[in-house]
Design a protein around this ligand. Sequence first.
Ligand code: UT7
Length: 337
Amino acid sequence: MSGLNLVTIKHKNNLGVKIAGCGFFVPERKLTNLDLEKMVDTSDEWILQRTGIKERYLTPEGVASSDLAVHSSLQAIKSAGIKKIDLIIVTTVTPDYPVPAGANLLQDKIGATKAGAFDLNAGCSGFSYGLVTGSQFIISGNYKNVLVVGVDTLSRITDFTDRNTCVLLGDGAGSVVLQRDEGESGPVAFTLGSDGGKYDSIIVPAGGSLHPASIASIENKSHFVRMDGRAVFEFAVNKTVGVIQEVLDKARLNIKDIDYFLLHQANLRILEGISRKLKIPWSKILVNIDRYGNTSAASLPILLTEAINEDKIKKGQLLLFAGFGAGLSWGVTIWRW
Ligand code: UT7
């Protein structure tokens, strides 16, 4: 019996969910591997071989996650052609402030005065969690339009003297408008998971209620993200492979039934490992990590928006979204377009 809390969705009363619009945004300033060579003891060759990343984007001073999210969200709202949003869910680990939520700021900035708004923190699994959460409000029949945003300004929690992390991370935002749809579109099956025992595999040790900001925390650079890269790599490949297979089994589907796999862009070698182990043809795996690095919660909606802009995704196709990251956490959803 599966150890996962797997769910298959039966769309009752024709309450399907469609992704009616999407958008993404990255700030202007590009940081290349050659730039990083001047900052830490690394090389373009090492970064490319070990991660597949060539460049990533950094947010300028005075600009924050909600600002990136405004750009991606206005695109999503425009492409969905909607006037009213019922709910805003912002998935992020880098809100503008610890309090209030980034979603409150975004709500104000886009003038969505009637919308409820909250943040959801599930690390790099954030968008996977957000997609499932937002869908529930629609499938229940309670809301018609839900804006789900994945945004992170990881550069604000990155130690640019730590080569273990700074070569990987980038900033960005991606948004989708989920909308009630008469039909079968939306989540087919999903699972959301967590292994909180491994909470310290990816951690920002200070700035929370256990170790609030102090002179010592600043001196120790404890406000920056720390990561056990090798452990996370192993988790990312093995857990994601196992969970994808179980969700497919639950939905009575096979790898060949899925048209595209949208896997969190953390490391090209992680994607290759998942592809090899599950025998997923490489042409079905969408990849943009070379151009953006790991943008955490923004990774999947950026990937999706690019695929839509390139006209790759067609009505009726099956997509598989998989996020994994801090928590440790994971979320896998099979989605009918
Ligand atoms: O979104 C989820 C969050 N994070 C992830 O998914 C990250 C998962 N982990 C990874 O992507 C990889 O583990 C890393 C890219 C972080 C590291 O790659 P690796 O192949 O696992 O390298 P490693 O940690 O085993 O280190 C190999 C060597 C070490 O040197 P020695 O001990 O063999 O002499 C490191 O010190 O590479 C060295 N190294 C570097 N060298 C040049 C580590 N970082 C760098 C660097 N440049 N940036």
